[in-house]
Design a protein around this ligand. Structure first.
Ligand SMILES: Nc1ncnc2c1ncn2[C@@H]1O[C@H](COP(=O)(O)OP(=O)(O)OP(=O)(O)O)[C@@H](O)[C@H]1O
Ligand SMILES: [Mg+2]
Length: 532
């Protein structure tokens, strides 16, 4: 089906010329008198591109556009020839592109076509943003995807490194083959080699069977080595060998194994610094750094905040089946000012909680946690006695900010719980005992989501449930004869279910480190079916 273009008529002559050119190029076009009609026109036409033929400096345009912009619609503005800084104007309006008048009709169509294609790429990869930094990332992904070279993705935590790695795979000829992500920081050093390269039967205590490693499992596809800077030096030598020779040995093996695997590596610290301080081998650094992609932190592309907020709020309103009517301008301004040390992940999580908690489905300034509101105005450094020497700068700010966020969210949740008629869930363990064939004492505890107080009482557990709670709490049941290990295994499995397989969240829920969780997953053989 032909792509659709909506053209505003602020500049009638330019609009009519563009209309004819787009039609001639096979697009379906609609003209609207001005921005006022845009909202209903968008609903009717659902365009792939909106062309603003003029009026870019008119007051209220940014607001009007913010109201109507959708993730899959590109926007192109025609600026007056006298405009001195059209790029800045486009940036402030959140436009996908801008052209100076008089632009030829062919040029308008060519740029429009490119913007539409870029938008489709964004929908396909889930990488959103109009900021030049993100556009550059998308261009690089398109260029790098078709070849097999190693790619290094760098950016702070939560900036979308895994999304980029997945996009490279999905747009490459390898897309039908496996994409395997390995978090090098989360797997204990002693296990990482056998995890990556597999092992032969009997090669070490506990190696009862031959096991294939990730490189073998990813054959024909892509392996994503996350947090590569945390990898131990001896393992780095072996990874370098695979990159250079395309072959390796299983742990305890003597025959070289050949694989065709593309490597995408990521790090949230500067890999160059890690090399300079001796944590990463120089030869590996230079081998990895052939093609690289840098993801800018969210605070450096604040103009993308409205687009992301709207996208995430629609996503979560649908997921949690909550009414959602939008976010008011004051609230949006506060979100744009916040420093976002946890980047897009932090913003996404906040939007989820606001969509669930916002009364009457509208996000107002007062719904934004105080710390987020104030952080934008304040320039933290925060002093934590005793911690300053070892943790500094952004890292410290991030930790403190996260703790404050968590506390505020808990407070907020409590306050709202008080206002909501409570539903009490009773778990009658007697029935369960009967069907399970054991009549002994039973203890019911709940796996809590982070921040909620722990509960758990013998025989019965009365936990008020907030109706808007998206997922029911997971229940772990103790029955007579169970060993501590059985209880632990059940708790881990429940936490993983509650976090939908997200190991980081599960570890957080259980109050243990991610490394410990990975060890236990292996120990209890839960890692075979749990995703990460
Ligand atoms: N540009 C973006 N558009 C939409 N969603 C994004 C974007 N960047 C990140 N996200 C979302 O933010 C979350 C974090 O992204 P991702 O896991 O890729 O980050 P990361 O850089 O790998 O973080 P970490 O270093 O902590 O592993 C995900 O839910 C992802 O979908
Ligand atoms: Mg990641």
């Amino acid at each position: 089906m032909a792509d659709k273009v909506l053209i505003t008529m602020e500049d009638l002559e330019a609009a009519v010329r563009a209309n004819a050119a787009f039609e001639g190029a096979g697009y379906r076009t609609t003209m609207v008198s001005a921005l006022d009609d845009l909202r209903s026109a968008i609903r009717r036409a659902d365009p792939d591109l909106i062309l603003l033929s003029g009026g870019l400096r008119e007051a209220g345009l940014a607001r009007g556009l913010a109201d109507v912009a959708t993730t899959h619609t590109a926007t192109l503005g025609l600026a007056e020839g006298t405009d001195t800084d059209p790029a800045d104007l486009a940036h402030r309006l959140g436009l996908s592109g801008v052209l100076l008048k008089p632009a030829s009709a062919d040029e308008v169509v060519a740029v429009g076509r490119r913007l539409i294609e870029r938008r489709k790429l964004q929908v396909r990869t889930g990488i959103l943003g109009e900021h030049p930094g993100i556009q550059e990332v998308l261009i690089k992904i398109e260029q790098m995807a078709p070849v097999s070279s190693t790619v290094l993705v760098q950016g702070e935590s939560g900036t979308g490194k895994e999304l980029v790695a997945k996009a490279i795979h999905d747009l490459s000829p390898r897309r039908g083959k496996p994409f395997i992500a390995v978090n090098c920081a989360a797997i204990p050093e002693s296990l990482l080699e056998s995890e990556l390269f597999g092992h032969e039967k009997g090669s070490f205590t506990g190696a009862a069977e031959r096991r294939l490693g990730m490189f073998e499992l990813a054959d024909g596809g892509t392996i994503f080595l996350d947090e590569i800077g945390e990898m131990a030096l001896p393992t780095q030598v072996k990874v370098l060998r695979v990159l250079e020779e395309r072959e390796f040995f299983r742990v305890g093996g003597t025959a070289p194994i050949k694989v065709d695997v593309r490597v995408v590596a990521a790090t949230n610290r500067s890999l160059r610094e890690a090399m300079e301080t001796g944590h990463v081998r120089a030869d590996l650094y230079y081998r990895l750094n052939v093609l690289s992609i840098y993801l800018p932190p969210l605070r450096e592309r604040k103009s993308d905040v409205p687009l992301l907020v709207r996208h995430f709020s629609r996503e979560f309103a649908r997921l949690h089946d909550r009414p959602f009517h939008g976010i008011n301008p004051e609230a949006m301004r506060l979100l744009m000012e916040a420093p976002w040390p946890g980047n897009v992940r932090q913003l996404r999580n906040l939007v989820e909680s606001m969509v669930v908690l916002a009364p009457e489905g509208e996000i107002r300034a007062s719904d934004i946690p105080r710390e987020i509101r104030e952080a934008g105005r304040r320039n933290l450094p925060v002093l934590v006695p005793g911690a300053v020497q070892t943790i500094q700068g952004q890292e410290l700010q991030y930790i403190v900010q996260s703790l404050l966020d968590l506390r505020l969210q808990v407070e907020d949740l409590r306050r709202r719980l008080d206002d909501v008629p409570q539903r009490v869930e009773v778990i009658d363990v007697g029935h369960r005992g009967a069907s399970g064939g054991s009549g002994g004492e039973v203890f019911v505890g709940r796996v809590q989501t982070p921040g909620t107080p722990a509960t758990g009482s013998p025989l019965r557990d009365f936990t008020p449930m907030y109706d808007a709670e998206p997922r029911p709490a997971e229940v772990v049941v103790y029955e007579q004869g169970m060993k501590m290990a059985d209880v632990e295994r059940a708790a881990i499995a429940a936490a993983l279910r509650a976090s939908r397989g997200n190991r980081r969240k599960a570890a957080e829920t259980l109050g243990i480190g991610e490394r410990t969780l990975y060890r236990k997953l292996k120990e209890y053989h839960l890692d075979e079916d749990a995703g990460s």
